[in-house]
Design a protein around this ligand. Structure first.
Ligand SMILES: Cc1cc2nc3c(=O)[nH]c(=O)nc-3n(C[C@H](O)[C@H](O)[C@H](O)COP(=O)(O)OP(=O)(O)OC[C@H]3O[C@@H](n4cnc5c(N)ncnc54)[C@H](O)[C@@H]3O)c2cc1C
Length: 391
């Protein structure tokens, strides 16, 4: 269901909407790359190089803050725009935490790409492809992609290529797990709408299960123990949302179990360690006042019902949210391009990837090369949004 989780449908009328189907691939704008001589391999389809009088093609990898802001500003009378991303919408991440507890609805924080750049829905040479980019062939001005197709009606994923005149890599970053065992299997990240949906589902399920006769007090406490790992802005904000939810909704609507629910925020250092002292103290006081237990510790192991800290303490949980920052994605790590400190794609002052002509990188996936003398900008939406002006 991975691909489905990444699709958001909104009820709004769209005229002449292009359908994303394999059949469309054989239409006029999509050329076949020859695989003659290799009878066993299926043909690789895709978008071939543009030819005059075609408009030059800008290919954007990613539909996040950076990619969407850039696409929104492209003049579609001058360029064809092709976006490749595993999700068909942009997520307004600062408000994601509020959707986990129902303060906001999920549709309020997701914007379909066709609304951000309408040309993608109706211009004959502009497309959105639900796919992951798997590699870059800078010499031939091509990206290699693979569709996202795993779902109930399974289609095997297929590969295709897209030629670009300009390529903008805006593929973001990945949640860091520091290689801790069990994080990916048992914890929920908070980066996508489907993560927020999973958090909300689990929170409500645990509230209801804990009210059913036959559940021991100890099990009730575990089910209703919400643990957040990571005291950065996202972890702090989410803990605050949870405690508001407990104070306002749980006390009223789940009063039988209200005394069993708790929130613990685990952080190896001070919370909000990169922020000003006054803000840190304020946040610590506010969280403590609203009942969030702050624990200084390092997680060593994550098991299905408990986490183990490095001092050997077991922390049972019913809901575990992991928010310990971000690092380069495997896509970026595997790219054969010079890297900036921290492993992001290295760029010059003009956001160009120096070793690859016509390739730019923006947002969380990129960082200034050491030779520029500039320090790496923080992984923030403000940065990602503003960088589009420089490309
Ligand atoms: C919960 C939360 C709250 C936040 N709050 C704030 C805040 O208040 N203020 C602030 O400034 N910042 C905030 N941030 C950080 C901000 O969201 C990021 O800095 C910003 O999203 C970075 O934008 P981006 O476009 O580089 O990456 P993203 O927005 O992460 O977008 C990356 C895109 O690339 C796609 N992608 C990934 N791999 C591939 C691939 N191989 N091929 C094609 N596409 C790919 C992804 O699906 C996604 O569409 C928050 C982040 C989170 C998670």
């Amino acid at each position: 269901m991975y691909w489905f989780k990444n699709l958001t449908r909104f009820a709004y009328p769209v005229k002449h909407r292009a359908k994303f189907t394999p059949t469309l691939f054989s239409l006029q704008h999509i050329h076949q790359f020859s695989t003659a001589g290799d009878a066993a391999a299926p043909p690789t389809s895709g978008l071939g190089p543009t030819k005059k009088p075609d408009k030059p093609r800008v290919v954007v990898l990613g539909s996040g803050w950076a990619g969407c802001r850039l696409m929104k500003g492209i003049d579609s009378s001058l360029y064809d725009i092709v976006c490749v991303s595993p999700r068909n919408h942009m997520v307004f991440t600062p408000l994601l935490a509020s959707t986990c507890v129902g303060t906001l609805e999920f549709r309020s924080v997701a914007e379909p790409i066709g609304r951000i750049q309408p040309a993608i829905s109706h211009e004959p040479g502009s497309f959105f492809f639900l796919a992951n980019c798997k590699g870059l062939d800078a010499k031939n001005h091509e990206v290699h992609c693979q569709t996202i197709t795993d779902g109930l009606q399974t289609l095997d994923p297929w590969d295709f290529k897209i030629s670009y005149d300009k390529l903008v890599i805006a593929s973001g970053a990945e949640a860091s797990t520091f290689g801790i065992k069990g994080v990916k299997e048992h914890a929920i990240f908070l980066r996508e709408v489907y993560h927020a949906q999973e958090i909300r589902r689990k929170l409500l399920l645990n509230l209801m299960l804990s009210d059913v006769p036959g559940v021991s007090d100890e099990e009730k406490r575990r089910l209703l123990h919400c643990v957040v790992v990571g005291g950065g802005p996202t972890g702090v904000e989410f803990s605050g949302e949870l405690s508001d939810f407990i104070m306002k909704d749980v006390r009223q609507r789940y009063s039988h179990v209200k005394d069993y629910i708790n929130v613990t925020l685990i952080e190896a250092n001070d919370i909000l360690s990169s922020f000003d002292d006054r803000l840190r103290v304020y946040a610590t006081n506010q969280l403590t006042k609203s009942g969030v237990r702050l624990v200084r510790g390092t997680v060593k192991d994550v098991q299905p019902k408990k986490i183990v800290l490095s001092d050997g303490t077991d922390v049972p949980y019913g809901l575990l949210v992991w928010s310990t920052g971000v690092g380069p994605s495997s896509f970026v790590r595997n790219m054969d391009l010079p890297k900036a400190p921290g492993g992001r794609i290295g760029i010059d002052e003009w956001l160009r990837v120096p070793s690859a002509p016509d390739v730019f990188a923006i947002g969380d996936c990129s960082g200034y090369l050491e030779s520029t003398g500039k320090s790496t900008l923080p992984a923030l939406a403000q940065v990602a949004e503003r960088e589009r002006g420089s490309t």
